[in-house]
Each structure stands twice: as C-alpha cells, then as structure tokens.
Write a protein that binds this ligand. Sequence first.
Ligand SMILES: [Zn+2]
Length: 228
Amino acid sequence: MADVNLKKLAAKMAAVAGKKQMDSKDLTVLREIKDGISQTLQELKECDSCGSAVTEIVRMEIEGVRAAVCHACGIKALKNKGLVLKHARHREKEHAHKKDHPASHKSAKPESVPANAHAPAKAPKVVKPAKEDKAPAVAAQPSLFSTPEPRQDLGAALQEIGEAAGIKPAIVRRILQIASSVAFPMNLERTLNYTRMEAQRENINLDNEALKKVISGLVQKAGLKLKE
Ligand SMILES: [Zn+2]
C-alpha cells in the first residue's frame, strides 16, 4: 500500500521536476508530495525481526520475548515458537501474561495493534534519528487532559491575561507551560502551589494575587484544565 503510494508520489514528482517553469499549481503538487511522504513515513513501522518497513505491524510475545513484527515474521515466529530479534530488546512493561506452557502458544493469536503504537526499540547501539528530539515543552506533554488545545488566538489570550495581571505575556506563556506540564489536572490550590514553586525555580516570582489571576485567566482563555 505504502509502496503504491510512493510510486504515485514519485510519478507526480517526476512530472513537476521535468518542467522548465513551475507555477503555483506545481507548488501545490509539491506540497501534496511532501505531505504524502510524511504520511507514508508515519505509516511505516520497522519489523523487530527482519527489519523491513511495513504498514501493518503485529505485536506478539513468545516465551517472554516481546516484539513488534511484520506479518511474515509473525507467522514464522508462531511456527517456530520463538521470536528472532534483529535488535536486542529489553523487555517491555512487566504485565506479561505468565502462561509459559508451549501449548498455549499454538493458539496464540497475534494481536493487531495500530502501527503507531509500536514503541521505539531501546537497543543501545541504535542511534535515534533527530525526529525523536523533544518538541517544545507544551507539545511534548504526554498528558491526555491538561494540554491546552492549540488556539489561534493563544497569543492574544496570553497578552490579555498578562495585562489583567500586570505580567509580561512571555511569563504568562511560561506559567501556562508549567501548569500544563502535570500528568493530570490538579485543583486550583495545588495548581497555584505547584506553579508558584516551579516558577520560583526559574526566578519568576509572582505574588499570589497575580498568579491567581493568571491561572484563572488561562483556564478561561487558554484551555488550561484544572480538577473541579
Ligand atoms: Zn519481519
């Protein structure tokens, strides 16, 4: 599937590349190609066993070895009752089911998982690509609840909140990042305490009134979530 996609993209690309003069339509095509390649890269996952890049990865565990593998390797592993891994992998989280009698493996059905659930291998020899680099603090938060939804008028909101509290927008933005950096929303009091403490570590000293104004402003205007 990804293969077909790439061929199409390559054909489009060749058509544009062959032109002497490009116009806005060609730019649109180039952008489509770029998006197409990004999408393809997102869909492709590496098989832990043979290393091929496939769109459908299967996560399985045999004899305590866990891996995300391609379809062919999954079948081979089920037949051989063993997983051969290309890269040494540390065991993942310890909620392995501990039925170790081989009989149960015959019926073991590989569980299909979405390709993007495939965790990056932790083999020390593997140099991680640059795209693994951490994004800015707010975007990098794994939290399901506290990250504010991106808003186009966030800048304006921060400005407004800053003006109301007599604080620079940049500081308001930092407060938002700090307050959003918790895994789960906390109540107002704990949010205030936590934010004050973290801000102080960065030499941002705010009086309680100002901080309260900022936090409630962020809740109202910038999508900051607190526990009710
Ligand atoms: Zn494979």
